[in-house]
Design a protein around this ligand. Structure first.
Ligand SMILES: *[C@@H]1O[C@H](CO)[C@@H](O)[C@H](O)[C@H]1NC(C)=O
Length: 485
């Protein structure tokens, strides 16, 4: 009897207006949120591709999947283990199984960069008669590139490269499962073949105006995705994927129609002129991105202006005086090489308490070419190497020969590798602190530690493939030349 009475009492209690209201207030929004998200998710069928384009990149597991296996293969012959191009500076890279290489580096590497508007007081005001400094009312504004060092969440921006498919099939039909070569096949054929793979050296004249969904005239498109989280985001249910689609090689017509401007952009001590592509990003998406990254200043996107290349000014090959070398938005040199053994060795030297100990990921170092087959730091001594194939053209048509690279210097490191490439979370100390103890090996680079090497291609057009062997032509000592005087 007592139990029934209790139940009756309980039911009465549950049906009082106050309790009903409470239940409604608490459960309602959750049901609503779930419903809305479900509705959105079921409506947004992700397009599988862009018509006339195919996705560039490795299909299947990364070639770095075995990077933690000990010990790395050391038969003394260095080989290309993995290839990466980073279309936007400091954002996630695209892994490739083969790639075109240009004088400025791997195709599409550091082609674009985000930048923020920074202000500093204009030149110091003259001292007034009394000798006290007059605070200047004038401010200088400058667009300065941003990196993971200050904005680690850049690591969460995923990039996809969609390039015109020379076979004319759509990406969908192709399922982007084909080879990722946007390069002449290993036996270069004659002229007709090269149309779809001309170097992105110029803003090409578009043959046709690009329709809204047709990116082929724009040299294909770069897709950027990131997970935006609104303030009110119970259980992460309202996280939405924001997608930006950007032209890779905008036509002159598009540049005019969109009124691209050319601006001075500050990269370290360089101030190259760059194309302001910010107008290609929808305003709302740009605001979401700014919030996502934690940038409080105005944010903009720049593309390398092919007519105004940045010069490489340091560590040039001594045997090529007067020759000019160019680079995109990479820090200073076109191609970065890093040995996986060097990463494993660094990992082994991390203190036992370090969170990354035992799983230091080579991707933190953002190399273009990861190599295996040699001992740790073997690459430090290289001065000139051959890797892959150079594609040249003479009066008889295309020819191929060895592709030579000048190893310019070691790579001086900052705290950027402290950012986890998958989470975008920056560790306070490692691996930078350990590198500071073990890798201050170059007196020119002090106080910075070094890991990996920077190289300059000694040709205009070439091909690199995973598995290519590296032949070391010259070895020697490196002394880093600083950019800051
Ligand atoms: C770049 O373009 C955006 C949008 O078109 C504009 O708001 C911004 O001020 C431009 N940047 C510069 C340096 O002009």
């Amino acid at each position: 009897m007592a139990a029934i009475a209790l139940l009756q009492h309980y039911i009465e209690y549950l049906t009082t207006p106050t309790v009903l209201l409470t239940i409604l207030v608490v459960v309602g929004p959750i049901l609503y949120t779930v419903g809305v998200e479900w509705a959105i998710a079921s409506k947004t069928v992700k397009p599988s591709g862009f018509s006339g384009c195919r996705r560039l990149g490795l299909v299947g597991p990364s070639n770095l999947i075995t990077q933690h296996e000990q010990p790395p293969l050391t038969d003394g012959i260095p080989r290309v283990k993995a290839l990466f191009t980073y279309p936007i500076k400091s954002c996630r890279g695209v892994e490739l199984s083969a790639t075109e290489v240009e004088a400025t580096g791997l195709k599409f590497d550091r082609l674009m960069t985000f930048a923020q508007l920074v202000s500093k007081p204009a030149k110091k005001a003259d001292k007034d008669q009394g000798g006290a400094a007059v605070p200047s009312e004038e401010w200088q504004h400058q667009w300065r590139f941003i990196t993971q060092r200050e904005f680690p969440r850049l690591a969460l921006l995923r990039t996809e490269l969609w390039v015109p498919d020379p076979r004319g099939r759509t990406a969908k039909a192709n399922g982007h499962g084909g080879k990722d070569l946007q390069v002449p096949s290993s036996k270069p054929r004659t002229r007709s073949r090269t149309r779809g793979s001309t170097l992105v050296g110029q803003l090409e004249k578009g043959d046709k105006a690009a329709g809204s969904g047709d990116w082929t005239a724009q040299g294909g498109c770069l897709v950027v995705r990131f997970p935006f989280e609104p303030d009110f985001n119970p259980l992460g249910l309202r996280t939405q994927e924001v997608k930006l689609v950007l032209p890779l090689v905008p036509t002159i017509e598009r540049a005019k129609a969109k009124q691209y401007t050319t601006e001075d952009l500050s990269i370290w001590k360089d101030n190259p002129q760059a194309l302001n592509l910010t107008c290609e990003i929808d305003k709302v998406a740009l605001e979401k991105l700014r919030y996502f990254l934690g940038v409080s200043n105005p944010l903009a996107l720049f593309r390398v202006d092919p007519n105004k290349p940045r010069a490489v000014t340091r560590c040039l090959p001594a045997d090529k005086p007067g020759e000019e070398f160019k680079v995109g938005f990479a820090d200073a040199f076109p191609v970065n090489i890093l040995g996986l053994a060097s990463v494993r060795k660094t990992d082994a030297e991390l203190p036992a308490t370090a969170e990354v100990k035992g799983k230091l990921d080579a991707r933190r170092f953002r190399a273009n070419i990861y190599i295996e087959g040699v001992e740790a730091f073997a690459e430090d001594e290289w001065k000139k190497i051959i890797v892959g194939t150079r594609i040249g053209r003479d009066k008889d048509g295309l020819f191929e020969c060895d592709a030579e690279y000048h190893v310019a210097c070691r790579t001086a490191r900052c705290t950027l590798p402290n950012v986890h490439p998958d989470t975008g979370i920056k560790d306070k100390n490692e691996p930078y602190t350990t590198l500071g103890k073990t890798r201050k090996v170059d007196k020119g680079a002090l106080p910075h530690p070094c890991l990996g090497v920077h190289t300059i291609p000694l040709f205009a057009s070439g091909i690199l493939r995973v598995g290519d062997e590296i032949e070391v032509l010259e070895k020697g000592e490196h002394v880093y030349e600083k950019m800051f005087k």
